[in-house]
Design a protein around this ligand. Structure first.
Ligand code: MN
Length: 720
């Protein structure tokens, strides 16, 4: 073991020439003395664990206090060592790191979950203050994951699950690719042992052949770029198990279809040479459309930079390529450590540009202040922080966090309602962008306003935050009320004129208030709005005003008596509690909306639309969210209803021979005639086909949908 310690000192001196080797030896001896004869589940001396963690820390190129803390990290938790002792012997810095990874022990918890959550919270808080705590925890976890086989099945699964859910995403956020990859592979192995061994057999079987191809291609690629005067390092690699597995699972494809089991890296001296190399490769082999990604121009959130492309290589084998500079490569391999290790003073809190990149750490800090319940915090961190978020800046340099897909409109509403209402455009990083522009991390956003600008119904299509959505809706409703008032006023004046009655006089007599009351409305304004909305017919109001005056008893027009409209008016006025029955499509006053095409049996709602009778939508149709809830009426299908309605299903399928035949068979098995088919490929792997046909009811449709979903190769069936 002493040899291993000297090895670690050598590694650390490799990147920190002045590293204090004696301190490292001292930490090792301290750990050795404290852990004594303790053994791990594997039967090995316990000391192997802190030693291995220290080795990983050296591999991450961390500073000396981190290496010391690696040796000491389990002393406080598992031996009779106090934190004060560590502090006295090794200083505050090391003690802080050790404390950060030491689980809480003194507090009693009601459940194991609560304890786990609180420990997690403690670690989050510490790592938000100093990222070395997180790196230590990751190194500790990596060694534990490597030695999972010695644990009970239950513990093994729990640790593997936590590793996959929390620690691998953290490693990814830090940009440490190898660590993320190894954590994923180890978790995969113990979480899905059957899939893992099945896959490893297949990978093993083809390994020789693929390795030969990699060698051959590495040479060809190197010669190719060299022939164009570029100096570049070319390497080839086999894909990791977990990423092959994920690809098969996500795309529903077989092992043989995972083309890019091999990847190649071309590492150049300069950015310009990266693009030149790309051009050389693209002119030699045909690039696969849609696979080129410029992560040099647009770095990933964790700072990763590379050009990605896939080309059809020799013998039709697809090759996935990454092209990057040496500097970018270093960052991709070392992650966050690459950003600070060579800085003066060895301080580990990233500063400057890096600080922006790692805002999410600060975000965790903020989050734990707001969310007091540790279980909730753990969920928030797992769900929220690792789901895609974008971090953007105000002109003053303040960070705002939004869900992925957020637009300048979301940004504007998050600052102030008025700013949102009058938001007419935005300047992102100095350039004008459209309102539906999707914000990217690092964007600096300035909202442009115009006093004439008003929220628009279309905004609801692209905003993603609940705040923006709510504000836009309430504005639109207020606006709709205002317009209905104007329109209702106009319609009433017209109707009154036609009937030869003075509206002004009726107003003076308070007739409108009275009629409003009869309709259970709060005021004359509400009555006028109801007319404007189409809820109440203007003629009805005239009749009710005139009728009570007794000047002239007018019969309601014949077409109004007992008509659907009258039923409708009654219903809306609360006179009729039964919902409107739909029994025929030919009813002029009832229309089935085209946006969602309801069929009998669907859960439906009706909306009174001005001049067009009653529009029936499926419950949950997005259109209905924009309609005024005041105009909503309840409707239901008449049990005798027999409506043959056209319906369209959009079916997503993998490219696979015979799939369309199988789908057509599912239709003809049910005597359903397809009236229209519209197919389009959406990607290399998938196609979307829209089938239009007539169907009599929702139950039949459901049955068909289920049958289609079961067909192999069908990935989604969506009703349009
Ligand atoms: Mn440990």
């Amino acid at each position: 073991m002493e040899r291993a310690v000297e090895g670690i000192i050598g590694v650390v001196r490799g990147y920190l020439p002045d590293a204090d080797g004696e301190a490292i030896r001292r930490a090792f001896r301290f750990s050795q003395a404290r852990h004594g004869v303790q053994k791990r589940s594997s039967g090995e001396p316990y000391l192997v664990h802190p030693l291995s963690v220290a080795q990983i820390i050296g591999q991450m190129r961390l500073d000396v206090p981190s290496v010391l803390a690696a040796f000491l990290h389990d002393c406080v938790e598992d031996t009779a060592t106090s934190l004060e002792e560590i502090k006295g012997q090794f200083g505050d810095d090391v003690a802080f790191l050790v404390d950060g990874v030491t689980k809480l022990s003194k507090v009693e918890y009601t459940s194991k979950a609560a304890r786990q959550a609180e420990n997690f919270r403690k670690m989050l808080v510490a790592m938000a203050r100093d990222i070395r705590v997180l790196l230590l925890k990751l190194a500790d976890r990596l060694h534990n994951a490597r030695t999972l086989e010695h644990l009970s099945e239950e513990r093994r699964e729990r640790i593997a699950r936590e590793t996959l859910d929390v620690y691998a995403p953290l490693a990814n956020r830090l940009g440490i690719d190898w660590l993320k990859g190894e954590l994923e592979d180890l978790s995969f192995r113990y979480l899905q042992p059957a899939e893992w061994s099945d896959l490893s057999v297949r990978v093993e079987k083809t390994r020789k052949q693929r390795e030969r191809f990699i060698q051959e291609m590495t040479r060809t690629l190197a010669e190719l770029v060299a022939a164009h005067g570029l100096r570049a390092t070319v390497t080839g690699r086999l894909k990791r198990m977990f990423s092959i597995h994920e690809k098969m699972r996500r795309q529903h494809i077989e092992f043989e279809q995972v083309f890019d089991l091999l990847g190649f890296r071309v590492i150049c001296d300069t950015v310009a040479e990266c693009y030149t190399a790309l051009g050389v490769i693209h002119s030699q082999w045909t690039p696969v459309p849609g696979r080129f990604k410029d992560h040099i121009g647009i770095p990933k959130q964790n700072g990763y930079q590379s050009l990605h492309t896939t080309v059809m290589g020799p013998r039709g084998i697809r090759m996935e390529l990454q092209i990057r500079t040496h500097e970018m490569h270093k960052i991709a391999v070392e992650g966050i450590a690459a950003h600070w290790m060579y800085k003066e003073g060895g301080g580990l809190a990233p500063g400057g540009k890096d600080a922006e990149r790692f805002r999410w750490l600060h975000q965790i800090w903020e989050l734990q202040k707001d969310v007091r319940d540790p279980t909730e915090l753990m969920d928030a961190v797992k769900g929220d922080l690792f789901s895609d978020e974008v971090y953007v800046f105000t002109p003053a340099g303040q960070v705002q966090v939004f869900p992925k897909g957020a637009t300048p409109v979301d940004f504007a509403y998050s600052i102030h309602t008025d700013l949102g209402h009058h938001c007419s455009g935005a300047r992102v990083n100095g350039a004008i962008v459209p309102l539906r522009y999707e914000l990217r991390s690092g964007d600096s956003v300035e909202i442009l306003t115009n006093p004439q600008q008003k929220p628009n119904k279309d905004w609801l299509d692209f905003v993603v935050t609940s705040r923006a959505r709510a504000k836009i809706r309430s504005y639109l409703h207020a606006e709709q009320r205002k317009r209905s008032q104007e329109l209702g006023q106009e319609m009433l004046e017209k109707e009154f004129r036609k009937a030869g009655v003075s509206l002004a006089k009726a107003e003076k007599h308070g007739d409108l208030e009275r009629v409003a009351k009869e309709h259970r409305l709060g005021s004359r304004d509400e009555l006028i709005q109801a007319v404007g909305y189409g809820k109440i017919d203007g003629r009805t109001v005239v009749q009710e005003v005139v009728g009570s005056d007794g000047e002239e008893e007018k019969e309601p027009p014949a077409e109004l008596r007992e008509s659907k409209l009258l039923q409708l008016v009654r219903r809306v006025a609360g006179l009729d509690s039964a919902s409107i029955k739909i029994d025929t499509v030919d009813d002029l006053l009832v229309r089935l909306a085209h946006c969602c095409n309801p069929v009998p049996g669907d859960d439906v709602v009706g909306f009174v639309s001005r001049g067009r009778g009653l529009m029936v939508h499926r419950r949950g149709c997005p259109r209905t969210l924009e309609l005024d809830p005041d105009r909503r009426v309840s409707v239901s299908w008449d049990s005798k209803a027999k409506l043959d309605r056209p319906v369209t299903l959009r079916i997503t399928t993998a490219h696979r021979p015979g799939i369309l035949t199988a789908i057509s068979q599912a239709f003809s098995d049910r005597n359903i005639n397809i009236s229209q088919v519209h197919a389009k490929p959406t990607s290399e792997e998938e196609a979307e086909t829209a089938f239009t046909f007539n169907i009599a009811g929702a139950d039949k449709l459901q049955e068909l949908t289920r049958a289609l979903e079961k067909l192999p190769g069908v990935t989604a069936v969506v009703r349009v």
